[in-house]
Design a protein around this ligand. Structure first.
Ligand code: DQA
Length: 147
């Protein structure tokens, strides 16, 4: 069982990007955590990052064919992207929305998520461990397509 873990804009800069908000770990560190956790849970992960909105849309379509679920940190597109919302709806794939920071205790423009209405669940504010918790949640679910 494969889980796509998709990361959006600016997350390639983790580690040096606003460390007070996003912490010291790099995206490679987070990918390592996910691979180790997935191994322990008997899952496969396909971990990716892009700065392009359309690429995230393409990857969600691909996940609909190849994965049983996805974990998505869409970065700032979370707060703007009808296209990503529509893609998730179109493929009917369980998606867990993850954010490193607590988007609800930050600027008001981060309080709205276009992903949330089509997400299976949402984890935010817990840093990199949020990705691992999302994997734990997915591993415990039998038929993830039955929403
Ligand atoms: C983020 C929160 C978003 O508001 C922000 O634009 C990001 C990262 C997070 O992981 O906390 O790029 O998704």
């Amino acid at each position: 069982r494969t889980v796509f873990i998709l990361n959006g804009p600016n997350l390639n800069l983790l580690g040096r990007r606003e460390p007070a908000t996003y912490g010291a770990e790099t995206l490679d560190d987070i990918a390592g955590r996910c691979r180790r956790r997935a191994d322990a849970l008997g899952l496969e992960v396909d971990f990716r990052q892009t700065n392009a909105e359309g690429t995230l849309v393409d990857w969600i379509h691909e996940a609909g064919d190849k994965a049983f679920a996805a974990i998505l940190n869409a970065g700032a597109y979370t707060h703007t992207s009808v296209a990503i919302h529509d893609a998730i709806r179109a493929v009917a794939l369980p998606v867990i929305e993850v954010h490193l920071s607590n988007i609800h205790n930050r600027e008001s423009f981060r309080h709205v998520s276009y992903i949330a209405p089509v997400a299976r669940g949402i984890i935010c504010g817990l840093g990199p461990v949020g990705y691992e918790l999302a994997l734990e949640a997915l591993a415990g679910q039998q038929d993830n397509r039955a929403t």
